[in-house]
Design a protein around this ligand. Structure first.
Ligand SMILES: C[S@@+](CC[C@H](N)C(=O)[O-])C[C@H]1O[C@@H](n2cnc3c(N)ncnc32)[C@H](O)[C@@H]1O
Length: 254
């Protein structure tokens, strides 16, 4: 694929330095590795390379969702990619689905939902703070999903405006307060996912889930350990992210 105006491009040096840019004719990108003229990138295929003003070779790649999320502008804690993928599968989110995401925060989870539901689906994204909502809007525009994600500046203590949604996701400090609203918004058989960072929060969520007609209640944590990709000294990296979140899933019945 050829790189055109406004394309998102991941610049990667042979030493592993990474930069994510939007290509604009006439612009230049200045790094410690030298200057890169955007015009040198335009018209090149993804996977090729350019050379900086200091003679450094830089590969031009198409950024994936994980590159975008690790480089995104954020003001809030986000759902990490290691958890995002599992949540998408556990909620069975697919092309054409209608999904509620609350709260939006900086928009990482909404972005993942938008990619999964595609142009025929819809993500209803609730956020009570206008500054976070505007940052999420900026991110969605950059990622080209602003037509799929419907942003709503609303506190979910007033409930959700949608009914019969396929899936609903809660990433708010006291999710147990909103589970009855979630049940109202979900279709029968619809799936809910909730993330919380501490075990006492998990307990509160579980108590409330068992009070309501939800089944298939599950609690998960995932641990990922990256390795140094060196063939002759293959071993894990020295430090790992020990904890991100607990994930709770259930299915609406009744
Ligand atoms: C941790 S952030 C969500 C991060 C998001 N899931 C992501 O992956 O980028 C939690 C967000 O929920 C919002 N929030 C908290 N309580 C809320 C409520 N009752 N109604 C709507 N939004 C709420 C907060 O303002 C905050 O932006």
């Amino acid at each position: 694929m050829i790189i055109t105006k406004n394309a998102r491009v991941l610049l990667l040096s042979e030493e592993g330095d990474e930069f994510l840019i939007t290509v604009k004719p006439g612009s230049r990108f200045v790094t410690h590795l030298g200057i890169i003229e955007h015009d040198d990138i335009l018209g090149k295929p993804f996977g090729s390379f350019v050379v900086t003003s200091k003679g450094v070779k830089i590969f031009v790649l198409s950024p994936g969702i994980i590159d975008e999320i690790f480089n995104m502008k954020r003001k809030t804690q986000i759902v990490y990619p290691k958890d995002l993928g599992f949540i998408l599968l556990m909620l069975d989110v697919k092309n054409g689905d209608r999904v509620i995401d609350a709260g939006v925060g900086s928009g990482a989870m909404s972005y993942a939902f938008a990619r999964a539901v595609g142009n025929s689906g819809r993500v209803y994204a609730y956020e009570r703070r206008s500054d976070f909502l505007e940052l999420a809007r900026e991110n969605f525009r950059k990622w080209n999903v602003e037509d799929i994600v419907e942003l709503k500046l609303k506190d979910i203590s007033d409930g959700f405006e949608e009914k019969n949604v396929d899936a609903l996701f809660l990433d708010v400090p006291t999710p147990w307060d909103y589970l009855h609203h979630a049940w109202d918004a979900l279709k029968s058989g619809g799936r809910i996912g909730i993330v919380v960072p501490t075990t006492n929060q998990v307990q509160e969520v579980l108590k409330r889930l068992y009070d309501l007609p939800f089944v298939k209640i599950e609690v998960w944590e995932d641990l990922f350990r990256p390795f140094k990709p060196v063939p002759d000294r293959l071993r894990p990296v020295d430090r790992m992210v020990a904890h991100t979140t607990y994930m709770i899933f259930a299915v609406k019945v009744g």
